[in-house]
Design a protein around this ligand. Structure first.
Ligand SMILES: Nc1ncnc2c1ncn2[C@@H]1O[C@H](COP(=O)(O)OP(=O)(O)OP(=O)(O)O)[C@@H](O)[C@H]1O
Length: 332
């Protein structure tokens, strides 16, 4: 039995179809990333899964329990940790009082080590906490009773880079202990470090479920070049160049108005690209991680394409990544 099973999960808010026939499983012991841009339906899926809102159609099972069965769900929640997108604690209580309350309800096997790790302030009222400190306290309350499944809605939001790294290492170690993790995110680097598989949701519809390596192999790099002279179109006809754009006389990155700037996403072999560019005088060059939005745009197209890419509730992988977007013999 999978830890989470969704079948045709649909939530209709009247004017908005927040989730539309979402179907996937999260296996025990895996870290599953649930990705999507703002408003895609991630929080709605999570809130339905936790029984906070009722599905309009479809079913959801959590550790084998139908989430619409309130009695069973209450029992299952003892084995579950949940971190909402904006943890809301009693603002007048101190961190210590909140931990005591959580400990009395669900247990406290691990708060000592979690406090060492995330270090939320404990002696002041929560209303005086920064966003990051609320998140730290939220992480302690999520894991303190040693749950077997955790559901995390954008867990690193508000955390500084050091804490993000600490959280990543913690989650990896927990996976080794057999924890199952379902977390939503729109940060590709976080997903890259942690996930075994990812589901991508957009406009309420699941557009793919696949191993993280296959998503990342298609995400590529975002490349900007500032060349002293125009680069002929054929020079950039390389497998893996997508969405090539150029602007003559841009020159902002090198502080002059000479030359031509090029920007594109690249999913090919970076050595092939660098070899090709060796013939041209570059004034500047940057290669960065492609933003996740870029991946959505390139592989899943607009809404009309989304509708065409799905196969019932189960979803096929996105379009191929071979179109390099370069044409003609002249300069680009
Ligand atoms: N209670 C509600 N009533 C009406 N519409 C809602 C309600 N909650 C969410 N929506 C709408 O449902 C859609 C999905 O929202 P949801 O919060 O699930 O997205 P999300 O992927 O979690 O976004 P974000 O990353 O911004 O948190 C959005 O269009 C949102 O405006």
């Amino acid at each position: 039995m999978a830890a989470i099973e969704l079948e045709g999960l649909t939530k209709d808010y009247g004017e908005v179809l927040a989730t539309d026939g979402v179907t996937f499983d999260v296996e025990r012991g895996e870290i599953f990333g649930y990705l999507g841009p703002n408003g895609a339906g991630k929080t709605t899926t999570i809130r339905t899964l936790l029984g906070f809102i009722s599905p309009t159609a479809g079913t959801a099972q959590l550790l084998g329990c139908d989430v619409t069965d309130e009695g069973d769900l209450l029992e299952v929640k003892r084995r579950l940790g949940y971190l909402p997108d904006s943890p809301a604690f009693d603002e007048t209580a101190t961190g210590r009082e909140i931990l005591d309350l959580h400990a009395s309800i669900k247990g406290d096997e691990r708060s000592g080590e979690l406090l060492d790790l995330f270090q939320p302030p404990l002696d002041r009222p929560v209303r005086k906490y920064s966003r990051g400190n609320v998140q730290k306290l939220g992480l302690v309350t999520t894991f303190m009773h040693d749950p077997e499944l955790v559901i995390l809605d954008e867990p690193t939001s508000g955390l500084d880079p050091l804490l993000q790294q600490r959280f990543t290492e913690f989650l990896r170690a927990e996976r080794e202990r057999g924890l199952t993790v379902f977390f939503s995110s729109h940060i590709l680097s976080e997903v890259r470090k942690l996930c075994d598989r990812v589901g991508v949701i957009r406009n309420g519809r699941l557009v793919t479920v696949e191993p993280v390596e296959s998503l990342l192999s298609r995400s590529g790099k975002f490349v900007r070049l500032h060349a002293a002279e125009s680069i002929p179109a054929h020079a950039l006809e390389i497998d893996g160049v997508h969405g090539l754009e150029s602007e003559r006389g841009a020159g902002s990155s090198a502080g002059s108005s000479d030359g031509t700037e090029y920007a594109f996403t690249f999913t090919g072999d970076i050595n092939t690209l660098l070899d090709r560019l060796r013939e041209y005088r570059l004034l500047d060059c940057s290669i960065e991680e492609a933003p996740l939005e870029e991946v959505f745009m390139r592989f899943y197209g607009d809404e009309r394409t989304d509708a065409g890419s799905t196969d019932g509730d189960r979803v096929s992988a996105g379009a191929s990544a071979t179109d390099n977007g370069v044409g003609g013999d002249g300069d680009v």
